[in-house]
Design a binder for this molecule. Structure first.
Ligand code: ZN
Length: 216
């Protein structure tokens, strides 16, 4: 039924590629091919110590299509955009060769913000990705402080802004010590990911890998 509706909507409002305007989907196969996946080496923020083991990045935020989609998707839930972003995440996750007991989780929004927007974009991405990879999704973090938007802040201000913002939810997962893959959309200084990783390590999780769509 949902597929039928989707096909009907596609027929009434055909989609155009955000890269080349070709009709059919928000990102055509040619443009998708051009979105270069970064080498899976950890991105380095050399002067810092991080609590996560590595951070895998899919592409540069400067990529026009990815930037357009991330901006739109943040404020309005669109299934085709979520699916597109998951395609990119999946490519990079498969390259990383994750263990089969890996848990997929996400950097959550504050509950108030989630209510305002009606959805949490990274939660949806993480759930969809877990399904594609046949791995378990589990919510492991809670945002306990509302923070200022990071975009306009300096690096030091960002670090201060996100300090102590996450609380790790207790689960029985720590006993098997599986690796955790934390999904987020954009990484800039790594401060948010770092605080999330710290909260998880504090309750006994051992291995945390961050997987973000874009590095700004
Ligand atoms: Zn295209």
């Amino acid at each position: 039924m949902i597929n039928l509706l989707k096909n009907l909507l596609d027929f009434i409002w055909p989609q155009f590629c955000l890269g080349c305007n070709r009709e059919g989907s928000i990102c055509c196969a040619y443009c998708l091919n051009d979105i270069i996946l970064k080498e899976q080496a950890t991105i380095k923020w050399p002067e810092d110590n991080f609590y996560f083991e590595e951070c895998l990045v899919c592409c540069d935020y400067q990529n026009e299509i990815v930037q357009k989609i991330l901006k739109k998707y943040k404020y309005s839930y669109l299934e085709n955009m979520a699916d597109f972003l998951v395609t990119i995440l999946e490519k990079q996750a498969r390259r990383a060769g994750l263990d089969k007991n890996t848990i997929i989780s996400n950097i959550p929004l504050h509950n108030k913000k989630k209510k305002q927007r009606g959805f949490d974009q990274t939660e949806i991405l993480a759930k969809k990705l877990a399904k594609k990879l046949d791995l378990k999704y589990s919510p492991l973090l809670k945002r306990i402080k509302q923070t200022k938007t990071q975009a306009q802040l300096s690096k030091t201000a960002r670090q201060k802004n996100v300090k102590g913002v996450f609380e790790a939810l207790s689960t029985d997962l720590t006993h098997d010590a599986p690796s955790i893959v934390l999904i987020d959309d954009i990484a800039t200084t790594g401060s948010t990911l770092n605080q999330a990783a710290l909260a998880l390590k504090n309750i006994g999780h051992q291995k945390i890998i961050c997987l973000v769509i874009a590095k700004n």
